[in-house]
Design a protein around this ligand. Structure first.
Ligand code: SER
Length: 315
């Protein structure tokens, strides 16, 4: 039986990984931490929760010992667009937060999951079918922290034998907790706007291709890599994973299968567009498939149907 601590547990990814892990391992075996406690109040009140800054190693170590945690999901980070507005803060939270989590893992013997991102790639990376092992010279602060984070996690693995594992997430689409400050947030907002008003003003150009994934697959990936046999992992930090690649025009066309009058217009945000243009169009994720059995369930068609049905039902 695992005992898990999730840092950044109230965010877009954390809130859904928390629910899935609690279903799998039992509510009392999944301890949530976050710097805030005024969002996702239902989740905050549903089991062990502690308001902690992810840079507070002393408090996190106390919690690991108190609850006899053996696995840490370190999900606290600023996303790409916010990081570009506040680069110094992004370094502090993304890097110092990760360093603290790795030190907690090292000193207590925990395994640790850290998400990397398509943001770890840059303009000199091959754009199509981007390989697992390739050039990573990102130009955004978010990307700088993600590449440095991957290297730091690998360092802790070979230097201290800490069981560090990570995946390079694409944009994640979900309907429970909204993302905040990411370049790929548009791919979530578009569904809400389509259901609410039938129109959406997109901050990226219509032909910008990026990798994406529906939340159930993102959650399954995080759980299955941590349950995988460590002896089979050759890469560790971090694995390419993808489920689909599309541009806003294509996503709008799929939405029109459900909402025929849906209209999309474009008002390009130069910061987000520059970030998106520096990222790959589509990843190759063979290593994840071979080394720990990664396989996505949702494509653009299935995800769009599910998002629209869910949001219509709720509104
Ligand atoms: N969704 C993230 C972002 O846009 C990418 O990892 O920042």
């Amino acid at each position: 039986m695992r005992r898990i601590m999730i840092n950044g547990s109230l965010g877009q990814l954390g809130s859904e990984i928390a629910i899935a892990l609690r279903k799998r391992y039992g509510t009392d075996n999944v301890i949530l931490t976050d710097i805030r406690d005024d969002i996702n109040v239902e989740l905050v009140n549903s089991g062990p929760f502690h308001k902690v800054d992810c840079r507070d190693g002393e408090r996190l170590t106390e919690l690991v010992k108190e609850y006899q945690v053996d696995t840490i999901y370190h999900l606290a980070a600023l996303l790409s667009a916010t990081a570009e507005m506040r680069p110094q803060m992004a370094w502090d939270i993304n890097m110092n937060g990760l360093m603290v989590a790795l030190e907690v893992a090292r000193s207590t013997g925990c395994s640790i999951f850290t998400p990397s991102s398509i943001g770890s790639f840059g303009p000199t990376t091959p754009k199509d079918f981007t390989p697992q092992d390739t050039l990573q010279r990102p130009t955004s602060m978010y990307g700088v922290t993600k590449v440095a984070g991957e290297l730091l996690c690998d360092y802790y693995n070979h230097k201290y034998d800490v069981d560090t594992r990570g995946i390079r997430y694409p944009g994640i689409i979900s309907n429970m907790t909204p993302p905040g400050g990411g370049t790929t947030d548009y791919a979530v907002e578009i569904y809400y706007a389509a259901v609410n008003s039938g129109r959406y003003e997109c901050p990226l150009s219509g032909s910008t291709y990026l990798d994406m994934m529906y939340m159930p697959d993102a959650v399954a990936a995080a759980i299955s890599i941590m349950e995988a046999d460590g002896d089979r992992l050759r890469h560790r930090n971090a694995f390419n994973v993808t489920a689909m690649s599309f541009c806003p025009e294509e996503q709008a066309a799929y939405i029109r299968n459900h909402i025929p009058d849906f209209q999309i217009s474009y008002k390009v945000d130069p910061v987000k567009q520059a970030i998106a243009d520096s990222w790959p169009n589509s990843l190759e994720d063979y290593a994840a498939r071979v080394e720990w059995g990664w396989e996505p369930t949702y494509d653009l068609h299935a995800m769009t149907a599910d998002m629209i049905t869910t949001l219509k039902g709720r509104m």
